[in-house]
Design a binder for this molecule. Structure first.
Ligand code: NI
Length: 172
């Protein structure tokens, strides 16, 4: 297992449409282990492969907490949102690729996601709350979409301005 460097907003890989995974092999399983390790190290609840520079349709999430100690840790390969609720909700989101920024984002309250596990077995989950939000956020990454694209144009402008300022401060 190894930590992988997380790429930041501004890196073109975060704007690509990631390619479907075709081989469910050892390389994929090692990638997923690395993604979990990298996510835990960064104290995130989700990570998509483009965030470590790989334009492939793989995500990991772990939203387990004291209330839900069991369900909530998933690696999903080639995930697809197959249904969304008409009802939406709003909650604050951040992103490991945009450290220092967060904003309230409106999304469908419930989603049904289908995909495959690391062994290539079909997988599906219906999710709401934090898991539903994390899955939508990570699947967005596979389509080159960031949470700053999911807010009003005015808020987006403010976030991007703030990001440029943060980057200047750390000398990027
Ligand atoms: Ni993110």
């Amino acid at each position: 297992m190894a930590l992988r460097p997380i790429v930041l907003m501004g890196d073109p890989v975060l704007r690509e449409t990631a390619a479907p995974v075709e081989s469910f092999d050892e390389r994929l399983r090692a990638l997923i282990e690395d993604m979990f390790e990298t996510m835990y190290h960064a104290e995130g609840v989700g990570l998509a492969a483009p965030q470590i520079g790989l334009s492939e349709r793989v995500l990991v999430v772990d939203v387990r907490n004291e209330d839900e100690p069991e369900a909530g840790r998933f690696a999903i390969v080639n995930p697809e949102i197959v249904a969304v609720s008409r009802e939406t909700d709003k909650a604050t989101e951040g992103c490991l690729s945009i450290p220092g920024l967060e904003e309230s984002v409106e999304r469908p309250a419930v989603v049904e996601v289908k995909g495959f596990d690391a062994e290539g077995r079909p997988f599906s989950v219906e999710a709401d709350d934090l898991l539903g939000r994390a899955l939508q956020h990570e699947i967005d990454h596979l389509d080159g979409v960031l949470f700053v694209d999911r807010v009003s144009p005015l808020k987006r402008q403010m976030l991007l301005k703030r990001w440029r300022k943060l980057q200047e401060e750390v000398g990027l």
